[in-house]
Design a binder for this molecule. Structure first.
Ligand code: MG
Length: 314
């Protein structure tokens, strides 16, 4: 076979292979990233945190500390699946003058990415419970990881297909609860499937396309994981575009690894440029360790981030 014939045969084979892959959505113009001059002007830095690193002996004390330090948004845990607890938490956050952000949920041991029907059903039921609680509190979404390394027997291709088969209904359930399911891309040391913001956004887009409400799936970016997997922090957030609903703040791999911003050499200006470019107004939340006295180091980190945001000129 001559080279030209070989290439033609290759193109035909590739086209045939594509027909076996369900493609429902495509990028057709440059507006997909949600860019608009008005949106860029409305971009703002909304700082918040998970509760674990905040000093305090009770939820009330932690919330009061966050408010006093000028934080706005509280990231919660899976205990909102208890609906009575969810109502209580909603009130506590309102009383403190704060707003809820996301619920950090995780992979549920990879159960939703399983061929075992019983295992999958248990994971699905529990995800629905936490979505219901998140809706009651008014959370932006429930952070979901399909599977950490070793938790699922599925290949990358099988996992993507399972998400597209199962998640349109779950995305609609989330939307009915008034919240979303948020994909969190992780670095390869933790998960080989779903490692970059653009990939998470593409799968979220495809699930939304297959759902009725078209809005139940979103994506987030975690500065720590992104520092390992992305080639460009600004570009990564831009590719999340209108689907970006949450951000985790942490330094990258330099010593001390995954620490509170400002304590290692990681900078945030390029990432913040991306957030400004897409007009992001959602929460940016600490998920990191802290070296030293938290009473001193957390306010220092907040001041550092505000400066980094100012430097992020677009
Ligand atoms: Mg994270």
């Amino acid at each position: 076979m001559k080279r030209r014939e070989f290439l033609a045969a290759g193109v035909a084979a590739a086209a045939l292979a594509m027909t076996n892959v369900e493609v429902k959505a495509e990028v057709t113009d440059s507006t997909y990233d949600g860019k608009s001059a008005d949106k860029q002007q409305s971009a703002r830095l909304c700082l918040g945190s998970q509760l674990g690193i905040i000093p305090g002996g009770s939820m009330e004390e932690k919330l009061a500390k966050m408010k006093a330090w000028g934080m706005e948004a509280v990231e919660l845990g899976g205990n909102v699946a208890n609906l009575d607890e969810a109502k209580k938490i909603k009130q506590q956050i309102a009383d403190a003058g704060l707003i809820p952000s996301a619920v950090c949920w995780g992979s549920h041991n990879g159960d939703l990415m399983s061929f075992d029907k019983e295992r999958k059903q248990k994971g699905t039921d529990d995800l629905k419970k936490v979505l219901e609680g998140a809706g009651i509190v008014g959370c932006t979404g429930v952070i979901y990881v399909p599977a950490f390394n070793g938790q699922s027997p599925l290949t990358n291709q099988e996992m993507r297909k399972m998400l597209l088969d199962d998640f349109p209904a779950l995305a609609d359930f989330a939307a009915e609860c008034g919240t979303t399911i948020i994909f969190e891309p992780l670095n390869r040391g933790e998960a080989y499937f779903l490692r970059q913001v653009a990939d998470g956004a593409a799968i979220a887009r495809d699930i939304n396309e297959l759902s009725s409400k078209k809005c139940g799936m979103t994506v987030m970016g975690d500065f720590y994981h992104m520092s390992i997997e992305e080639t460009d922090m600004m570009g990564a957030f831009i590719s999340g575009g209108k689907l970006l609903s949450h951000v985790h703040l942490a330094g990258g791999v330099s010593d001390p690894r995954r620490t509170i911003p400002g304590q290692n050499k990681s900078r945030f200006v390029e990432g913040f440029r991306g957030l400004k470019y897409i007009g992001y107004t959602g929460p940016c939340s600490f998920e990191c360790g802290v070296r030293g006295d938290r009473e001193v180091e957390i306010p220092k980190a907040l001041a550092f981030l505000k400066k980094e945001y100012e430097l992020a000129v677009i």
